[in-house]
Design a protein around this ligand. Structure first.
Ligand code: GLN
Length: 201
């Protein structure tokens, strides 16, 4: 089992640590690798697209040839977790800002996103979030967070804040507007790992 974390930019180390902790908690074994170049995504069983700045991330994924590898592995059924900027990149459609700047999205998930849904009102905040797959709230950290504004019929909404969608899944795609890697509660990573270990490619 090998899980790749895209390491072009953003909170990479935190995701690696959170994954390692969650994997050892379940008594499983997996190798976590960081990915900066082409050639590694096809060797992975699962992938994490961390937060950061979605414009830069999208551009570099394309330039390095990693974007096409991610699309191919998605088509082959690989589970992908996208947090924050990762949620933006997974989307099929962006808001006006995304469209005007011709921002490159991977376009895998039947969602439309607002890049800075909470940005102007609240730069960053924490809230006890009810997630559909958890029995008690999760302390969710939002940083210049995006939100999903529209979903297609195959997308399952998992959580909302102020009527905006902040967590959703579609098959093996799992998108979060917050940062589960910044808290020690591993339940969200465990939910992703459930997908990873059951859909082993
Ligand atoms: N809103 C940011 C963007 O557009 C994402 C913020 C984050 O990943 N913390 O890229």
């Amino acid at each position: 089992m090998r899980i790749g974390v895209i390491a072009i930019q953003g909170n990479v180390a935190e995701h690696v640590e959170a994954l390692e902790r969650a994997i050892s908690e379940r008594g499983e074994e997996a190798e976590i690798i960081t990915i900066k170049h082409k050639g590694l995504v096809p060797t992975c069983d699962a992938l994490v697209l961390p937060g950061g700045e979605s414009t830069t991330l999208g551009r570099l994924l394309l330039r390095e040839g990693i974007a096409d590898e991610i699309k191919a592995m998605h088509a082959a059924g690989m589970p992908i977790l996208g947090t924050c900027a990762g949620l933006i990149l997974l989307a099929k459609k962006g808001d006006e800002q995304v469209r005007k700047t011709h921002q490159h999205l991977l376009g895998l998930m039947d969602t439309q996103v607002n890049r800075n849904a909470f940005g102007r009102q609240r730069e960053s905040f924490e809230t006890h979030l009810d997630l559909a797959f958890l029995e008690s709230p999760f302390n969710a950290v939002f940083i210049r967070a995006p939100a999903i504004t529209h979903v297609g019929k195959d997308v399952k909404v998992l959580a909302t804040v102020d009527n905006m969608i902040v967590a959703a899944e579609q098959g093996n795609l799992f998108a979060l507007a917050f940062h589960p890697e910044l808290t020690s509660d591993s339940r969200v990573h465990q939910y992703f790992l459930d997908k990873v270990f059951t859909s082993r490619m």
